[in-house]
Structure formats: structure tokens, C-alpha cells
Design a binder for this molecule. Structure first.
Ligand SMILES: Cc1ncc(C[n+]2csc(CCO)c2C)c(N)n1
Length: 222
């Protein structure tokens, strides 16, 4: 049986559910999340996105074909033109300037996750890098869909975090998520069991680092 992206998820189901259904996510959905926790998360995510933009640039460098190169460029563009813009405007609402954002120290969870992905991409090939990026690429789209499926989720002006959900449920992000799964399904179909084990380790590590990122937000840890 050829491997698929779904198999990566299946092999670390407990961690994957703990990431998608984390209490940070639940509280963000039902509008009970402390604004300080969201602000801490958002500031760290700004720093995270700068490092992830570098990871997409690394994906471009490691791309053997024009279509791979285009996919890396689209990831980089989505970070620069969509995600970071929302972060900057949310922060502006709370009186946090771009200058302050640029000078923030990175929390340990931010350092660990971003440098793990960059190191995995540097050491490995484009498939290693894509697998390391996939919990981020697929997870946030899945989180938006999971939130929309819950009765507890509050949408509209009664939820201060509505714009966050709206961004990840948008066609742009949902299309990027599907494109990533398709890309991975094509590559995973050809890998050996031992190669798949290596990739599974990367996927599980990156998923655990996503959980730590939510924990960092909730506890406002540095
Ligand atoms: C900790 C953390 N994990 C995932 C994302 C979501 N995300 C980051 S880059 C990217 C693809 C291109 O925009 C997506 C979906 C985030 N913002 N913060």
C-alpha cells in the first residue's frame, strides 16, 4: 500500500488531536481566551512567521522544478501578505507597534519550533522540509474547520478572535492546505517503510512543537 499524508496523522493521532483541539484553540473559539494570552501568542507568532518565511525561502532553494518553486513562493507570499498583515493590524489595535514587535525576544517555544524546521530542511531534502512544514500548513486549516463544527464556537462581533478564524477558513488557506496534502500524497506514495519512519518522526516532532506553541501562549511563557 502506498503511503499517504493521512498515514502520518494516523501514526501520531494522540498528538495530532492534542494540537488541533488544544484548550487554547477551544477558548479562542468560544471567546473565553484571556486577551493577554492571545496577545502573547500573536506577538510570538509574528516572530515565528518571520522564521517560517525563511523556511519557505529554503523550500524555494531546494526546489528542483518550476511547480515546486511556485508552491514555495506562494507559501512565502501568504505569510508576507496575509498572515503577517493580520498580526500587525491586531497588534496595532492593542497599541503594539511594528517596532516593538521587531524588537521582542523570541520565547523558547518559538526558537525550538522554528529552528527545528529550518534545521530539518537544511539537513534533508525538499520532502523532509515539507513534512516538517505540514503540521503548520494543514493544522491551522483543520483547526478553523474543527472550530466551525463545534456548537460552542462563537462567530461574528461577539468573538474578538473572529478575524483569526476567518483567515484560516478562507478559500486561500483551505486551497493551500489541500495543495500541500496533494503534494505530499504524490511524494509519499514512492517512499520505503524505513524512509516513511524517518518522515513520521519529523511529522510527530513538528506536531509536538505546535502543542508547545499553544502552551506557550496559554501560560504566557518566555
Ligand atoms: C505556530 C503557528 N503554526 C502554524 C501557523 C499557520 N501558518 C503559518 S505559515 C502558513 C502557510 C502560509 O501562510 C500557515 C498556514 C501559524 N501562523 N503559527
Amino acid at each position: 500500500m502506498p503511503y499517504r499524508f493521512e498515514d502520518l496523522k494516523k501514526n501520531c493521532q494522540t498528538e495530532w488531536r492534542a494540537y488541533i483541539e488544544h484548550s487554547f484553540v477551544q477558548q479562542l473559539g468560544d471567546a473565553s481566551l484571556a486577551p493577554e494570552a492571545f496577545q502573547h501568542y500573536l506577538k510570538q507568532d509574528y516572530l515565528f512567521l518571520i522564521q517560517f518565511a525563511r523556511a519557505f525561502a529554503l523550500a524555494a532553494y531546494k526546489s528542483p522544478t518550476l511547480s515546486d518553486l511556485r508552491q514555495a513562493k506562494e507559501g512565502l507570499q501568504a505569510i508576507m501578505d496575509v498572515e503577517l498583515d493580520l498580526h500587525i493590524s491586531y497588534c496595532k489595535e492593542w497599541g503594539i507597534s511594528e517596532e516593538e514587535l521587531a524588537n521582542l525576544p523570541e520565547a523558547r517555544a518559538t526558537l525550538a519550533y522554528t529552528r527545528y524546521v529550518l534545521d530539518t530542511g537544511n539537513r534533508g531534502d525538499l520532502l523532509d522540509l515539507h513534512v516538517a512544514l505540514s503540521p503548520c500548513m494543514v493544522g491551522y486549516g483543520e483547526i478553523a474547520n474543527w472550530l466551525n463544527s463545534r456548537r460552542e464556537t462563537v462567530r461574528g462581533k461577539n468573538n474578538p478572535y473572529d478575524a483569526w478564524i476567518a483567515m484560516y477558513e478562507s478559500d486561500e488557506f483551505q486551497d493551500a492546505m489541500r495543495a500541500e496534502i496533494l503534494w505530499l500524497d504524490e511524494r509519499l506514495a514512492d517512499v520505503s517503510p524505513s524512509r516513511f519512519d524517518q518522515l513520521n518522526r519529523i511529522f510527530s516532532d513538528a506536531t509536538r512543537l505546535e502543542i508547545d506553541f499553544w502552551e506557550m501562549g496559554l501560560k504566557q511563557s518566555d
